[in-house]
Ligand binder design. Structure first.
Ligand code: CDP
Length: 222
């Protein structure tokens, strides 16, 4: 089974996708982490983020892997644990620009489809329902008010020692959303078959129950 979860920054996609995958025994694939890895490596190697050719060579030469840690999934880029490094403000500010290059997206989408080919998956991102898993049984579009998303993201950043003022976090995610929604390929959008959920006033448990009820409602025993 394939479950796609798309939506804007800070909507709670990765929290719910991880929980859902645990509950169902599926593989969780955090596609945002993959674009973040390419961005992190490009910044480290001082690659011009507007240079599609250089970025494409770098992406072709990058090995991204998810490994299970003691409490959560870890992200490895060329054998190095970058789970925290890819969440920095620097990467946040640049990732949407890197993700806007069609050739970078083609490379990432191919890898994501390969990861999903032999497993039941929960995959979260921006273009999962449209480009990566167009045949997914469930396509959720998860959103929340900008205030709530900024508050959640600030809490996450503070927990990892990367805290920032609420207003700055809000501006950062608004800019990224605008850029993600307006690019030509793989843009963030609600699809005709998306199940839209506004989680602004929901707890994670409420959200989890709603998603599980939706899946049960179509006959799956979960
Ligand atoms: O966790 P958050 O929602 O802030 O972002 P993310 O899922 O880690 O994704 C980071 C960025 O990667 C997004 O803002 C997009 O620019 C890009 N991305 C994408 O283009 N396509 C995807 N399938 C996933 C992420």
């Amino acid at each position: 089974m394939q479950i796609a979860i798309d939506g804007p920054a800070g909507a709670g996609k990765s929290t719910i996708a991880r929980r859902l995958a645990d509950k169902l025994g599926f593989v969780y694939i955090d596609t945002g982490a993959m674009y973040r890895c390419i961005t992190w490596k490009a910044i480290k190697n001082e690659v011009d983020l507007a240079d599609a050719g250089q970025l494409t060579n770098l992406a072709r030469d990058t090995h991204i892997e998810f490994r299970q840690g003691s409490s959560h999934q870890l992200v490895f880029c060329d054998g190095q644990d970058v789970s925290s490094a890819i969440r920095s403000h620097e990467v946040n500010a640049a990732v949407s620009k890197v993700a806007s290059h069609p050739e970078i997206r083609r490379i990432m989408v191919r890898q994501q489809q390969h990861m999903a080919s032999n497993n039941s998956v929960v995959m979260d991102g921006r273009d999962i329902g449209e480009c990566v898993l167009p045949e997914a049984e469930y396509k959720f579009f998860l959103t929340a008010s900008i205030e709530e998303r900024a508050r959640r993201r600030q809490a996450e950043l503070t927990a990892t020692g990367l805290g920032h003022e609420l207003e700055k976090v809000k501006i950062e995610i608004e800019e990224r959303d605008k850029s993600d929604a307006n690019r030509e390929v793989g843009s963030l959008k609600i699809l005709p078959d998306s199940i839209v959920i506004d989680s602004s006033s929901m707890t994670i448990d409420d959200l989890m129950n709603l998603i599980l009820d939706t899946i049960r409602g179509s006959g799956y025993a979960v």
